[in-house]
Design a protein. Sequence first.
Length: 101
Amino acid sequence: MGTAIGVPLTAVDPRITAAVFGGGFFVSDALLEAARRITVPIQFLLPWDDEHVERHSALALFDAFASAEKTLHANPGDHRTIRWVGVDKEFLARHLGPAAG
């Protein structure tokens, strides 16, 4: 539910300066519209075999983000057994600055 709630929130709250979103959501027209308004840096995590989200829907959401800085990390696995490899673990610390630590 983090993406379903976080995308609309990030689209309207100027205090959010970076975000990490991921799979496990239903991609609606409203969610795509909200993503088109997001310009902050985005890290997007996609379980390649997620049983809750069709791959093409997750990719459409990633494409919709208006951010000039967005990365997609896709690893094999389903929603519960994914093992993340190659994820930028410093993403939020880098974008949120010293106040984040």
